[in-house]
Each structure stands twice: as C-alpha cells, then as structure tokens.
Design a protein around this ligand. Structure first.
Ligand code: RIB
Ligand code: CA
Length: 336
C-alpha cells in the first residue's frame, strides 16, 4: 500500500493532539515532520505539547518537531487587532479546551535546530511534489515559507486545512470568524491565494461531527497509550463544551475534535460526504469582520471595476462529513 507523505502543522492543543495520535498510528501515513506554530497557546507551549504527545506514544526517535513562528505575520502589530495573542499562560482561567500544558507527562524531547519555515522550504524543494500538508493551526509557518520561496507552491501535492467558518464562528467580535484563520488572517489569505490544491474543513462541519463520551471511554478502555491520551483530551473538551455549548451549536452528546477530522478525511476521502469548489477570501481590513472567511459559491465574481469575471475556485470546501465513519477511523487508530 502506498503511504501518504505528510507534514503536519499544529498549534497543539487537545484536538491537534488527537489528530497527531491518529497520524502517528496510521500505516497509511509516513509522517515526515511536525511543525509547531503559535495559536492555541504561545509557541513554547504548543511546541512542548507537541513533543509531549510524540514522546507519550514512544515515537520520539521517528517523528521530528520543527519549531515555527511565534507571532502572526502582521495581525498583532496593531495592538487593537489581536491584543491577547500570543496566548500566554494567564489568558485562560478554569476549564477550557486545552490548558497550557497538555495533561501528559513532561518530556525531555527537543525540537530540531532547523526552524519550521526552513524545514518546509528544504523538504518541499527536495521533494517529488508528493507531500500532503495537514494544517490545523494558524497558517503563519506555511505563508511565511511561501513568501520566502514561492516555488514550494508547485511542490505541495495537497493541503488539508482545518479552518474558516460559514455560519458557525468561534472567534472575533463578530463571532463569525474561525480561530485558525482569525489569529493570522493575512497568512490564511496568502495560502488561500497560493494556487495550491486546498481541501478545507470548516467549523460548520466539525461542529456537526462530535465525538461522544461513550466513544472516548471505549478508547480509554482499550488500554492503549494513544487511547488513554485521546480519551483524556476528548473528555476535557466535552466538559468544556458543556459549559460553552450554549455559545456554539455542537452535538450535545460530545465535543468537536476539529483537527482530527482532517486526518480521517485524508485516510478515507468518503468521510467528506459533500465537497463544493468555491472562492474564498479573507477579510483583513481590521474592522468588525476582520479575520472572517468570505465565500462565493457563484461562478462569477464582480471586481471593483464593476466587471463580472469567472470566480477563481481556490478552495474545495467540505460541506458535510460522516460522523460515524470519522469516529470509527479515530477509534481504530488510537486503540491499535
Ligand atoms: O477553530 C478551531 C481550531 O482552532 C482548531 O484547530 C483548534 O485546535 C484551534 O487551533
Ligand atoms: Ca489546532
């Protein structure tokens, strides 16, 4: 069986952690490297959390981590745009989705000397164009690499990205933005306009494909380390969504494990039951809708000169996914 060559870009976080556990457990994935990025927490915490997950399942010798960007490209330069980013260890109090350090033992593993941006450029330029990127945090690293070496855009086989929202936002004053794209909207715009093949998994889909408590408990009962870790993260998220669920319309019986759905969709594309090609742009104006993803499903767009032109279909947007298949793929992998 031919394996997928994959680089993951993560802001670990509990759902990133489940995605990573799945990728490391899959015989279909050759995980070339993992790049950390500022997002759910600051870069030191997201990097350490990524290393903890890898170490916990004994993959420290196989899976290398490349530390990425500590700040978004530009969104924090104006102190009024993203005043709380990078999220330090003081931003959240009490129960929320991630915690500062994941609930896993400390690790002695360290990231590689090479930074994530250099790793992307060196690895992609040396490749046969057969590498898939699974990006589940702000897109700062990838956008930075594209700006430094535009030729990598022709070397990326596909990007499967968790990001954007149509109706179900979770970030910004409009609550119409999605965190990964909202944290670094300029990076998202650079990637969206890169011309690469993009399969995008938005909040609207991840909020409808929650993993349930009984499934998490079954993962834990399997006795595997990945099953224990995945259950720990899922139970935390379910607890948090019970608090927040009034804010976000998610399946009441569980919690969205956003990033993990990207890995499941790579392994079995039939998980994505409906995909629509569309045009997507980011609002980077710094106003109320700053960081919101703007979708045009029509075949034509109308530019500022008033002329109608064919819309560039730059995104394959996942509109629906099969929750049962998703949960089974996750369960099969973390209980192996
Ligand atoms: O909006 C959800 C996304 O933001 C997920 O990737 C989560 O890990 C956070 O990065
Ligand atoms: Ca993430």
């Amino acid at each position: 069986m031919e394996k997928y060559k994959v680089i993951m870009d993560v802001d670990t976080g509990t759902d990133d952690a489940v995605a990573l556990l799945m990728a490391m457990a899959s015989d279909q994935i050759d995980l070339l490297g993992v790049c950390s990025v500022n997002g759910n927490r600051n870069i030191e915490l997201t990097t350490d959390n990524t290393l903890r997950v890898i170490d916990f399942v004994g993959k420290g010798d196989e899976v290398k981590v490349y530390k990425g960007c500590a700040l978004p490209l530009v969104s924090t330069l104006n102190k009024d745009r993203r005043p709380l980013i990078p999220y330090g260890d003081k931003y959240f109090d009490g129960q929320e989705n991630h915690g500062n350090h994941l609930d896993l033992p400390e690790t002695q593993l360290k990231p590689q000397e090479k930074c994530a941006v250099s790793y992307y450029i060196d690895t992609l330029m040396a490749s046969e164009g057969d590498i898939t990127l699974i990006a589940v945090g702000p897109l700062t690293n990838i956008a930075c690499a594209m700006r430094a070496e535009p030729r990598i855009c022709g070397k990326i086989k596909e990007m499967i990205i968790m990001g954007a929202s149509l109706e179900e936002g979770n970030s910004g004053p409009s609550q119409r933005a999605e965190f990964n794209f909202w944290a670094d909207p300029e990076a998202a715009e650079i990637v969206l306009q890169s011309g690469c093949k993009i399969t995008l998994v938005p909040l609207d889909v991840t909020h409808k494909t929650c993993i349930h408590m009984d499934e998490a408990l079954a993962f834990e009962a399997s006795g595997t380390k990945a099953g224990y870790a995945a259950a720990t993260f899922i139970k935390r998220r379910i607890g948090n969504y019970e608090t927040w669920s009034k804010n976000w319309h998610v399946d009441e019986a569980g919690a969205p494990i956003h990033d993990a759905l990207c890995v499941a969709g790579l392994l079995d594309r039939s998980v994505f039951t409906e995909i629509v090609s569309c045009n997507m742009k980011m609002d980077i104006s710094g106003g109320t809708a700053d960081g919101v993803s703007l979708v045009n499903f029509k075949d034509m767009s109308r530019d500022l000169d008033g002329i109608f032109r064919p819309a560039v279909k730059n995104v394959n947007l996942v509109m629906k996914a099969d929750r049962e298949k998703f949960a089974k793929i996750m369960g099969d992998l973390v209980t192996k």
